[in-house]
Ligand binder design. Sequence first.
Ligand SMILES: *Cc1c(COP(=O)(O)O)cnc(C)c1O
Length: 441
Amino acid sequence: MLRPYKLNGLLMQTQISKHLFETAQNIFPGGVNSPVRAWKSVGGAPRFIARGAGAKIFDADGNEYLDYVGSWGPLILGHAHPRVVAAIQDAATRGTSYGAPCELEIELDKRITQSIPSMEMLRFVSSGTEATMSAIRLARAFTHRDKIVKFDGGYHGHADFLLAKAGSGVATLGLPDSAGVPAAIAATTLIAPYNDLDSVARLFDSHRDEIAAVIVEPVAGNMGVVSPQKNFLSGLREMTRAHNSLLIFDEVITGFRVAWGGAQSLYNIQPDLTCLGKIIGGGLPVGAYGGRRDIMRLIAPLGPVYQAGTLSGNPLAMAAGIATLDAIAAIPNAYAQLDARGAQLEQGLCDGARAAKIPLIINRVGSMMTVFFTELPITNYQFAKTSDMQRYAKFFHGMLERAIYLAPSQFEAMFISLAHTEQDILRTVESVDDALKTLNK
Ligand SMILES: *Cc1c(COP(=O)(O)O)cnc(C)c1O
């Protein structure tokens, strides 16, 4: 049973979560094992989650929430999808890791490369961070250049050279960079505003023959959702090619999220290298990087670029990824369904905002979207930062009280899964209407 306290007068009990958080704070920095989970930017004690099922999660106190975080992107089928659970169970009976190749790696690779043809060869790793840092190492080796270009507010994992102006978690904490990153390493990273081709052109002019690669989220997801403007991605494609530099698409979020085949199929751009993670692991730790065969051939043991992983290609993770992609493929018009749900929610939010006279901007690409509390169109991180974070925090808690679990930060996406029903969206929209009305008070 749902227990939104607005509806039946029941106060949501959160003692157990609070107690667990107190315990955790003595053990883990900030009580968590990944910063944004600590709710620093929205305040309050994070809920400890005891289980998930479909579009719902249940906290340690037994409260039930409709979940729009989806483990930050991987759970496009929702929680504990029977097919994924069965695949993991089945794989586990045959051993959890071999440290030797297994056929499941080829099976997952087949599904990925058939839908993302630019990935002529790939390498599995265990996280998105590993994928991006390895892709950058590879790009540097291939081009014999050291500098890279990334975009302000773009997040590509926490490797040293990618923690410059990295958005979301970092942004929420108010750290412009991370401590502990040597200045000499940060200096190899050049920054441009998202959607600003002229800035990139200037970087190429002032750093002739020095830029190994441009790394970009083809739909930004870590400054809140920001979609690429017309010609932005194609412009990057042309510019990198003209300067013998590589184009790396970080599709860790967008891969199999915005379309089967990722953003590169949606926008019809072929990057040289692609990084994947999240959905391809079906909720288990997986990443992958891959691309042009002539570039990938530099990876050890074939070539001189070293990169390895004890648990890379892990059979449980491969099985979860295969089951996830097969389950998506088995749903007719899965991406049309996701887009329809997204559109329904977007419309509900717009209507609610108008009724409550709250200015807000919604950026959405299919099933990933962000509600920015601002009036300016959000095309880059600088504009995203104009949104009212306190208002977002209030909205977050208003929704939480109504048993809707949103990302605990203004600069994150909300994710709709294939487990979210039309009814779920309707209920969310009702809660949005109520929650928005309280914001002016
Ligand atoms: C989540 C994310 C990463 C990092 O992936 P991890 O598995 O958390 O290391 C990299 N790039 C993008 C775009 C991401 O959203």
